[in-house]
Design a protein around this ligand. Structure first.
Ligand SMILES: *[C@@H]1O[C@H](CO)[C@@H](O)[C@H](O)[C@H]1NC(C)=O
Ligand SMILES: *[C@@H]1O[C@H](CO)[C@@H](O)[C@H](O)[C@H]1NC(C)=O
Ligand SMILES: *[C@@H]1O[C@H](CO)[C@@H](O)[C@H](O)[C@H]1NC(C)=O
Ligand SMILES: *[C@@H]1O[C@H](CO)[C@@H](O)[C@H](O)[C@H]1NC(C)=O
Ligand SMILES: *[C@@H]1O[C@H](CO)[C@@H](O)[C@H](O)[C@H]1NC(C)=O
Ligand SMILES: *[C@@H]1O[C@H](CO)[C@@H](O)[C@H](O)[C@H]1NC(C)=O
Ligand SMILES: *[C@@H]1O[C@H](CO)[C@@H](O)[C@H](O)[C@H]1NC(C)=O
Ligand SMILES: *[C@@H]1O[C@H](CO)[C@@H](O)[C@H](O)[C@H]1NC(C)=O
Ligand SMILES: *[C@@H]1O[C@H](CO)[C@@H](O)[C@H](O)[C@H]1NC(C)=O
Length: 445
């Protein structure tokens, strides 16, 4: 094996080597293929053979995939993957400024003690939808899948406020035509069996599906996150959640700004010790527990969740809990300092979400839930619609400093059914809630 010094390596570079990924010690630096091509071959793309034989050492060069019609397109996936392979353990990965095209799935398990700096703009291809639909990586939950799985221990990923993940979502929204949960539509980034992760300063735009998913993971912190998926066509974005947690614990999410057209932050089954603070969500479901309890054969538990200092604007809901009639429990959840404006139905609790069927059979007791300092305007005249399963009534609900007004000045209603401590919970219920009360209303009730 031959070893090359930095000087040698710089020598290759100065001679115009194709350097999409350069390893130096334990640091892997990725630059865009497109830029390198222009730099190295100003008169066009070199033939693949010549590129494969490029002698530069430690420069892992990719072959571009062939596309129907014989054309070749830039694909930065191989360079990015080779950086994870070469420097993903006890290493440092730098994705330099520039535009990157990701045309393929990235499965990156087993990282360890890695520091990742991303300054570039990563774009996920939208001209090969069929490829993504058939190849996106499974994440078990409800047969969902993802474009990028990251796993391992002690992973820091810093976007420095510069990293941009662009999902070409408009193409996804238009072909999806408002269906719910299209199979194979990929989540942008999934933390998958990941522990001790810190992610900071990344911007997502036009995500393909959920922006992020935290699954089978522990001790995850994600701060200063900016997401916006907005459809410009007649079709909605649908399922572009900010994040969902599932089978995970010890998660801290702080200072997120999300526009997404679906759940902003959603805590799903088997999530424990989740803290969300300083989130601003537009056009979303805002702060959510669920959905969970499906399939009903598998228990799902949610424990110890705090949502605080949250602002929800023009959203379907603000502080809500939705389960299927399954088994498990929701216990010890606090919604604190939640402000909102023009929200369809601010507080909503349902044991039979979407179907409105079988509500009284749900065996997911919802207990020890606090809504504290909840202030804002409801689009119609409902402040809260809360129906609990008759076989597992809600217990120990607490309300403090609730100031919900109707946007149109109508008297506000709080509808409650099957809440064990209804008379001492700190909220004056104005009437019972129908079992099949919908998540979204289309007028006063
Ligand atoms: C975590 O990884 C960083 C490198 O990113 C390293 O400096 C640090 O020592 C690691 N921490 C542990 C506990 O191994
Ligand atoms: C949690 O992960 C962070 C890295 O994001 C690490 O610094 C910290 O030590 C971890 N905490 C525990 C309890 O392992
Ligand atoms: C919150 O995150 C945004 C990026 O979305 C950033 O610009 C801002 O500085 C962050 N605020 C704080 C207090 O860190
Ligand atoms: C999100 O993007 C849409 C479309 O570009 C824009 O109209 C909207 O203002 C953005 N949201 C935020 C919070 O910036
Ligand atoms: C909850 O998660 C935070 C952040 O990871 C951690 O510091 C804390 O120790 C966890 N609490 C419990 C009871 O595990
Ligand atoms: C969280 O919000 C508070 C109050 O709005 C602000 O003082 C603080 O800087 C924010 N922190 C972060 C990390 O965004
Ligand atoms: C949730 O955890 C319980 C036990 O802790 C397990 O039996 C169940 O299968 C898990 N549910 C899911 C959907 O993974
Ligand atoms: C409820 O959850 C909070 C936040 O995780 C935690 O600090 C508190 O100890 C939990 N309370 C109980 C009774 O477990
Ligand atoms: C209530 O929440 C609002 C934000 O929604 C915050 O500005 C205010 O300080 C909170 N009040 C208390 C008493 O914490």
């Amino acid at each position: 094996m031959r070893l090359y010094s930095t000087i040698t390596f710089l020598g290759w570079l100065s001679r115009g080597a194709l350097a999409a990924m350069v390893k130096e010690g334990s640091t892997c630096t990725v630059t865009p293929e497109s830029t390198n091509e222009k730099r190295a071959w100003p008169h066009g793309t070199p033939p693949i053979k010549a590129r494969a034989e490029d002698p530069s050492i430690n420069v892992l060069q990719s072959r571009e995939p062939q596309f129907p019609g014989g054309g070749q397109r830039v694909d930065d996936t191989p360079s990015i993957l080779s950086a994870f392979k070469e420097c993903g353990q006890d290493g440092h990965i730098i994705i330099e400024e520039g535009d990157y095209m990701v045309r393929q799935i990235m499965d990156v398990p087993g990282l360890k003690n890695v520091h990742i700096d991303i300054y570039g703009h990563l774009e996920w291809s939208g001209d090969n939808i069929q490829y993504w639909l058939s190849n996106s990586l499974p994440v078990t939950y409800a047969a969902r899948s993802t474009a990028w799985r990251i796993g391992g221990t002690n992973i820091t990923m810093l976007g420095h406020g510069k990293a941009l993940f662009f999902g070409n979502g408009q193409i996804w929204y238009d072909q999806n035509r408002d269906q719910s949960n299209q199979n194979g539509r990929p989540i942008s980034l999934t933390l998958w069996y990941a522990n001790d992760v810190f992610i900071d300063g990344i911007t997502w735009r036009q995500s393909q599906f959920w922006n992020t998913f935290i699954a089978h993971s522990q001790n995850i912190t994600m701060t200063n996150i900016d997401m916006n998926s907005t459809s410009a066509s007649q079709w909605g974005t649908v399922n572009t959640d900010g994040t969902d947690t599932w089978n995970s614990r010890d998660v801290v999410l702080k200072n997120w700004t999300v526009t997404c057209g679906d759940d902003c932050i959603s805590v799903k089954g088997n999530s424990t010790n989740i803290s969300v603070s300083n989130a601003t969500c537009y056009e979303s479901g805002c702060m959510v527990i669920g959905s969970m309890g499906n399939p009903p054969s598998q228990a799902e538990y949610v424990d110890d969740v705090v949502f605080e200092n949250v602002f929800c604007r023009h959203s379907s809901n603000a502080a809500w809990i939705k389960t299927y009639p399954g088994v498990g429990h929701v216990r010890n959840v606090t919604f604190r300092n939640i402000a909102f404006e023009d929200v369809n139905q601010p507080i909503y609790v349902s044991p039979c979400i979407y179907s409105g069927q079988n509500c009284d059979n749900s065996r997911i007791p919802i207990t020890d839930i606090t809504w504290q300092n909840i202030t804002g305007t409801s689009r119609y005249n409902i402040g809260a619609g809360m129906y609990c399963s008759r076989s597992s009534p809600c217990q120990n609900f607490r309300f403090e400093d609730i100031d919900i007004r109707s946007k149109n000045g109508d008297d506000i209603k709080f509808l409650c059914s099957n809440i064990a401590n209804q008379n001492s919970m700190g909220l004056q219920c104005t009437g019972p809630c129908p079992s099949n009360f919908p998540q979204q209303l289309n007028g006063n009730r």
